[in-house]
Ligand binder design. Structure first.
Ligand code: ADE
Ligand code: ZN
Length: 332
């Protein structure tokens, strides 16, 4: 019954990586074409490949999958596959993180990437009824050259649907502050700022994302829960957290969904949104995240609806579209 209620709520997804959304079928097919990537072609072996020892191990697996994507057709398959999966869960809109610098390093020309994003986005809208927007993110581990190249590509190409600049990858040893010039330039050009912070390092990283990068939302922000002053700041300034509970469990940042600090975030008045990060890699779905959190916290339906509404309000949709979705949520 809660499951049906969650399905009926129109939802948005604000934190999902395009590569990490590749379905098992897609990955198996790519692996057969690219044996040198070392990705299993057998489903059972792929499931074992997706058992992550820690966050760094997860990233290595993620990069192996990424390395098999070579042209616009590969990108189109990912985008349309993600859209179909979202539509099946009554997800109406998603801000999808794409890492152009990594694709180009892996041998995909930038115009191939853009062509695949554009054709996939059109199919998402016309066939699946899902609106997609893009977050171009800097792979932090590749340093400031990646920041410069990502910014240049984002502002030079400015594809339809591009809404924000992000920052992903490992956090330890990859200070947020060094990327300040790129976020400043992106914000001046009208893009939003949505870095990962506090996923794999402490609250100081979240403070830096806020102060140095002008973060308007925080990717994960899990460790914010250890800093009451930070929770108070996030609540007061209405800076949403893109919480991805199953991701944090599967990369072993938290022991279980029950052990996730999402309750503490909510109790401090922080705007919490629920998201999947890299759904097939983590065996996650957005409906599953809502169900897991609702069950773990014993939420009433109205509280579950409030989480869906947080997602809508925290998105970069136009106000009129937000109002429509909020009205639909209220009507469920
Ligand atoms: N790239 C893909 N998933 C990521 C995550 N959860 N954190 C940082 N970088 C990522
Ligand atoms: Zn992420």
């Amino acid at each position: 019954m809660l499951r049906e209620y969650i399905h009926a709520l129109p939802k948005v997804e604000l934190h999902v990586h395009l590569v990490g959304s590749a379905s098992v079928d897609t990955v198996v097919a790519l692996a057969a074409r690219h044996p040198s990537a070392g990705v299993p072609t057998d489903r059972a072996e792929l499931a074992a490949f997706y058992e992550f020892r820690d966050f760094d191990h997860f990233l290595k697996v993620y990069w192996a999958v990424q390395s098999m994507l070579r042209d616009r057709g590969d990108i189109d398959v990912l985008v349309t596959g993600l859209a179909a999966e979202l539509a099946a869960q009554n997800v109406r809109y998603a801000e999808v993180t794409v890492t152009p610098y990594n694709h180009v390093l892996d041998g995909m020309p930038g115009d191939e990437l853009l062509a695949g994003l554009e054709s996939g986005r059109a199919t998402a809208r016309d066939v699946h009824g899902v609106e997609l927007a893009w977050v171009f993110d800097i792979p932090g581990e590749k340093g400031i050259v990646a920041g410069r190249e990502t910014l240049t590509f984002a502002l030079g190409e400015r594809p339809d649907g591009l809404v924000a600049l992000g920052l992903g990858g490992p956090e330890i040893g990859v200070g947020r502050a060094r990327f300040e010039p790129f976020f400043t330039a992106a914000r001046e050009a009208g893009l939003h700022s949505v870095p990962h912070a506090g996923e794999t390092s402490g609250p100081a990283t979240v403070w830096s994302a806020l102060h140095d990068l002008g973060a308007e939302r925080i990717g994960h922000g899990t460790s914010s829960a250890a800093d009451p002053a930070l929770l108070a700041y996030l609540a007061e300034h209405r800076i949403p957290l893109e919480v991805c509970p199953t991701s944090n469990v599967r990369t072993r940042q938290v022991a279980s969904v029950d052990a996730h600090p999402v309750r503490r975030m909510l109790d401090h008045g922080v705007v919490v949104t629920l998201n999947t990060d890299d759904p097939p890699m983590f065996g996650a779905t957005l409906e599953g995240e809502y169900l897991a959190v609702a069950t773990s916290l014993g939420l009433r339906k109205s509280e579950v609806a409030a989480l869906a509404a947080n997602g809508v309000r925290s998105s970069f949709l136009p106000a009129s579209r937000k109002d429509e979705l909020l009205a639909e949520i209220a009507a469920v």
